[in-house]
Design a binder for this molecule. Structure first.
Ligand code: ADP
Length: 305
């Protein structure tokens, strides 16, 4: 069945991304809480229809590591995209100063399984693997969202700035000026996965913008510098796994099957990892941080008056 705006009751704003806002909504006929993403596009109806049709493939993307898609519709020049509501939000706001190795391994397992499913079953390359696109719920599930299924949608999103955190593989950064499409293969996602893993592990993006005088210097470091590595506080298996993702030549990177068979992840399913407990602690920490920030802002405002 198709979802439309009349069935939805709008609730809190969950976040703002580069292209629009995400709100929590209640689907009244089924009483299901959903997340609704609004993407503003200045397009005619034919193109919007094409996008809605292309998004339809998402109904087949049903997997424990993929955020469930409920449907999309457009009103005027906005596309509204409804998906599973993940009540602990995105991983970038939960990892704090980094996560312990067993939790890291479990998160990464979910991510690799999701990416492998998209590629093997649906022939989809994610194209935007990063901690903001990994969503978490309080049951301890880890799921991927925001993968590239609609060519028309990608074309319509104005990619004017790369942002200060690039997860793009070296060949993509180099290839942007030549032919970005031909250089994009599944191994580009493996690079992004390696960077995301490092960031989740240590609690910091591996090429912090404050280290570089500008974005060009930062991208130059990604293309010409040595790949970053996990610190020695992690096991040799974990370090080797990240190294197998962060190989500069795309042909040299591991496949998803190899990454799952690697000693870092091979026996993960036999281990007892309290993901629910980890999410509860991370979420409490995040809520505390938010409250402190709000209090500071209020104090600053009071001082100004
Ligand atoms: P970006 O453009 O940075 O990828 P999005 O527009 O996808 O950001 O999302 C903005 C924020 O909204 C995210 O950082 C996340 O916290 C929240 N969000 C997105 N999707 C969901 C969801 N399905 N459930 C809960 N929160 C979500």
């Amino acid at each position: 069945f198709a979802i439309n705006m009349n069935q939805l009751q709008l609730e809190d704003e969950l976040g703002r991304g580069a292209y629009g806002t995400v709100k929590r909504v209640l689907h009244k006929p089924t009483n299901v809480a959903m997340a609704m993403k609004e993407i503003r596009l200045e397009l005619d109806e034919t193109k919007l229809n094409a996008i809605i049709m292309e998004l339809d493939i998402l109904h087949r993307a049903v997997h424990p590591s993929i955020v469930e898609f409920y449907g999309a519709f457009f009103i005027e020049s906005c596309v509204y995209y409804c998906m599973e509501y993940m009540d602990a939000g995105s991983l970038d706001k939960l990892y704090g100063a980094g996560v312990p190795e067993p939790v890291l391994a479990r998160i990464v397992c979910y991510m690799v399984k999701g990416l492998k499913f998209l590629k093997d079953e649906l022939q989809i390359i994610h194209r935007d693997v990063k901690p903001t696109n990994v969503l978490v719920n309080k049951k301890g599930d880890i799921k991927l969202c925001d993968f590239g299924v609609s060519g028309q949608l990608e074309k319509s999103l104005a990619k004017t700035n790369i942002g200060c955190q690039s997860y793009m593989a070296p060949e993509r950064i180099k290839g942007e000026s030549q032919n970005a499409l031909s250089t994009y293969t599944v191994s580009s996602d493996v690079w992004s996965l390696g960077l995301a893993t490092l960031e989740i592990a240590v609690g910091q993006y591996p090429y912090p913008p404050e280290t570089y005088s500008n974005v060009f210097a930062q991208l130059t470091a990604i293309v010409h510098g040595d790949p970053p590595e996990l610190p020695n506080t992690y096991s040799d298996d974990a370090k080797d796994w990240v190294n197998r993702c962060l190989v500069k030549r795309p042909e040299g990177r591991a496949s998803y099957a190899e990454l799952m068979a690697h000693p870092f992840l091979r026996n993960d399913h036999l281990k007892e990892v309290d993901m629910r407990g980890w999410v509860a602690r991370a979420f409490a920490w995040r809520s505390e941080q938010r409250q402190q920030q709000e209090e500071q802002q209020q104090q600053q405002q009071q001082q100004q008056h």
